[in-house]
Design a binder for this molecule. Structure first.
Ligand code: SF4
Ligand code: FES
Length: 764
């Protein structure tokens, strides 16, 4: 229905407004400032603070601008005597119980209450009684509370209900006894919980990890792009004396709106990790020595020049920038090294020649919320891409039918019709959907005006990925749904485009002599490895990676960090940069190229990684390796991409296998990656690590009963030669015959394939 516009007057000026819009929205749009606390454009209207009172024609009383819909001919005054008196009185009431501790409040200098008080309050208070005190709550490692400062605007409460989809905070008591706190759980568990810090208009909820690090006015703000998932959320990174001390969202309605995930907000803590490499290091006779850059580069160049290219493997993490990835593959190919890959957690590469030039969502991110039917295949989207999950949740709340086929029942925060089948049965389950026109999934996708079939990270890491993809594509074609991918890392799309795959050059160009995928060269036959921003926990099969890397003659690591394990197998450490210490580009799941500048310097002698690669290229004598800025590298890649259709997910491989590649022996492992263990930076963020649940093995109660295992019992989990002991957790969402042991955990890093076979026995 077409929107109707009306003319109203604000402060004697005529303005056009959408009929029925709240006055505060109209005022915001026309630059008229109305003070507010409880109103927030992304939340429902509560109208409980009364700070937005304005004068309205023909109204004896002042009215709240956030709860007054406009109609033709209405007249308002926001700064008349009547309005000002009302605003002043409300401000006085709000300050009755608010402590005057601004000098020691972390919100000081960026506090809405402080600002509005200066602009609209009185210089004195008539209140001379004792102020009330509210006990603080410990709500976890991310958010600090000072609940005496709370003005009960309920933004945090509504956020939990309306955006995070978890009723974690609420009000208890009435009137001046009303207190905001957590309902049942003591800790906020939502993956978006940190957004309440930005929403809270006072210093009641502040960021615990950055508390008291600096005053707001001492911080320098830098634009950045979040480095963890494929959304590419817009960040503002704040530095104090060149140290990153905070990350907050930068508003962009097309991508992250005004939210960010906790992972994107708090992972900056990892930048200052104790295992940063701050000097180039060389290993001789089993001992590490510090080296000058020249020595280290010469030693690295010698290794690369003398290594047998056919027995050299180059692996990059897709959290690297486009520029780093592009130089990495140019350098390797310049040395005739063909075994190049970034798909560290993937195991099935059988259809890679039919894969699109780069996998993408198939639509702009914001369009996800317009979908009427969504089918997720192998996706824990809530943990993997929290802000895409938020868009899907919006769609679901508007009535979209969201369906999922997963190897275990993942916890969604909206209604999802989820089919959880063992990994070995996913293929048949999807086949059954595709073959049956009467199937509910098929029918819902067909009937919907806007429908999409999305392949998630779990599907990509599944041993039957190629068949799952082929079936998913067929399903999308048969139903007229859009086919898309929810890719893994901040720059998975960029890694494809940059050519960090063994079978294609950058821009998807054909390669006459392709290399083999990671699963085929991650073995003892490969004598030299070059790792870009990659460590053991990034592999889908850390056991296989550890064996191959430990057996190699040389392992060259170019990365900001090196943990103990890396130091054991590496022979050269070249210190690089994190996302905050380099300029670069990430390409998100909607194929949006987002470039950013460096926020601060890498520590010690570490250098921006693209520069390390560039100089290394010169050292080994690769021709035409002389870029002077990251912009030049991206420009070159764009030239290569001229006329290339990158956004198409068209896929033309025949479905061949009908038997699953998942091993039928023992328990089928479901090894999805824990959300705070996905990449090196987040694994080093202390506050996020403190939020991790205890590592457990999830078992179906039926299996547990048959083995005499009760919840909490110690269970021996063996995979190949490795065995670990974990407490059991009984979970109806785990299919019978399966065991949920997440990947990326410190304890599970000794295990093998994420979807391999496990032996489970009661320990002791
Ligand atoms: S804690 Fe902050 S956001 Fe929540 S109700 Fe109080 S003032 Fe509002
Ligand atoms: S902003 Fe209008 S009542 Fe709070």
């Amino acid at each position: 229905m077409a929107e109707e516009f009306v003319t109203i007057e604000i402060n004697d000026q005529p303005v056009q407004a959408r009929k029925g819009a709240m006055l505060i929205e109209v005022a915001d749009k026309h630059g008229v400032v109305i003070p507010r606390f409880c109103y927030h454009k992304k939340l429902s209207v509560a109208a409980n603070c009364r700070m937005c009172l304005v004068e309205m024609e023909k109204s004896f009383k002042v009215v709240p601008a956030c709860a007054t819909p406009v109609n033709a001919g209405m007249k308002f005054w926001t700064r008349s005597e009547k309005a000002k008196n009302a605003q002043k009185a409300i401000m006085e009431f709000l300050l009755i119980n608010h402590p005057l501790d601004c000098p020691i409040c972390d919100q000081g200098g960026e506090c809405e209450l402080q600002d509005v008080s200066v602009g609209y309050g009185s210089t004195k208070s008539q209140y001379a009684e004792i102020k009330r005190v509210v006990q603080d709550k410990d709500i976890g490692a991310l958010i600090e509370t000072e609940m005496t400062r709370c003005i009960q605007c309920t933004r945090c409460v509504r956020f939990g209900d309306e955006i995070a989809g978890m009723r974690e905070m609420g009000g208890v008591g009435r009137g001046d006894r009303l207190e905001i706190g957590t309902y049942i759980e003591k800790t906020l568990k939502s993956e978006l919980s940190g957004n309440v810090i930005d929403l809270c208009p006072v210093g009641a909820l502040t960021a615990k990890p950055s508390r008291y690090k600096a005053r707001a006015w001492e911080l320098q703000a830098h634009d950045a792009i979040a480095p963890h998932d494929c959304v590419g959320s817009h960040l503002q990174v704040h530095t104090f004396r060149k140290e990153v001390v905070r990350a907050v969202p930068r508003e962009n309605d097309a991508i992250n709106e005004c939210w960010i995930s906790d992972r994107d907000r708090f992972s900056y803590q990892g930048i200052a990790s104790a295992d940063r490499i701050t000097k180039p290091m060389l290993k001789r006779d089993g001992h590490w020595y510090e080296a000058s850059w020249q020595q280290a580069l010469e030693a690295t160049a010698d290794i690369l020049r003398t290594a047998d290219p056919a027995r050299t493997g180059a692996l990059a993490n897709a959290t690297s920038t486009v520029e780093e990835l592009y130089l990495f593959q140019r350098l390797m190919r310049g040395l005739n090294i063909r075994n190049i890959d970034h798909r560290l957690r993937q195991t099935d590469f059988s259809d890679q020649n039919a894969a699109p030039i780069c996998p993408s969502l198939g639509m702009p991110i914001a369009q996800l919320e317009q979908q009427n039917a969504v089918f997720l295949i192998g996706s824990n989207v809530r943990q993997e891409q929290p802000l895409l999950n938020h868009r899907l949740r919006k769609a679901a709340l508007k009535g979209a039918q969201v369906m999922a086929l997963n190897p275990r029942a993942f916890a969604f925060n909206y209604a999802v019709t989820q089919q959880a089948v063992a990994p070995a049965e996913m293929l048949q389950a999807l086949q059954a959907i595709v073959n049956d026109p009467e199937n509910g999934v098929m029918a819902a996708l067909k009937q919907a005006e806007h429908a999409t079939v999305l392949l998630g990270n779990v599907a990509t890491q599944h041993p039957d990925f190629a068949v799952l993809r082929a079936l998913a594509y067929t399903l999308a074609e048969q139903t007229g749904a859009t086919f898309g991918y929810l890719v893994e890392s901040a720059n998975s799309v960029g890694a494809w485009v940059a050519g960090v795959v063994p079978h294609r050059l950058s821009a998807g160009r054909e390669l006459k002599q392709p290399g083999v995928p990671v699963s085929e060269f991650l073995n003892e036959n490969t004598r030299t490895f070059v790792l870009l921003n990659t460590e053991l926990a990034d592999f889908g099969n850390p056991q296989q990676a550890a064996t191959a890397l430990s057996a190699a003659d040389n392992v060259i690591v170019i990365a900001p960090f090196a943990d103990e394990t890396t130091r054991q197998f590496a022979t050269v450490l070249l210190p690089g940069s994190t996302f905050a210490e380099t300029s670069g580009t990430f390409c998100n799941v909607a194929s949006q190229w987002q470039s950013f500048k460096g926020t601060t310097q890498p520590p010690g002698e570490a250098r921006p990684t693209w520069k390390v690669l560039r100089v290394l290229g010169n050292s080994v004598g690769v021709p035409e390796f002389d870029w002077v800025a990251t912009e030049e590298i991206v420009a070159e890649l764009h030239l290569e991409l001229d006329g290339v259709e990158t956004c198409s997910n068209t896929y033309r491989a025949a479905v061949t296998a009908s038997v699953s590649a998942v091993s039928p022996d023992g328990f089928q492992r479901i090894g999805d990656v824990e959300m705070y263990r996905v990449d090196p930076l987040v694994r080093r963020a202390k506050a996020l690590q403190a939020m991790m649940p205890t590592a457990v093995v999830h078992l179906n109660p039926q299996d547990a009963a048959s083995m005499g295992i009760a919840a909490g019992d110690a269970v021996k989990v063996s995979q190949g030669a490795a065995a670990i002991t974990l407490p059991a957790q009984l979970d109806e969402g785990i299919p019978v015959g399966c065991a949920g042991v997440q990947s990326g955990l410190e304890v599970s890093n000794v295990l093998g394939a994420a979807f391999g076979a496990l032996q489970i026995t009661k320990a002791g």
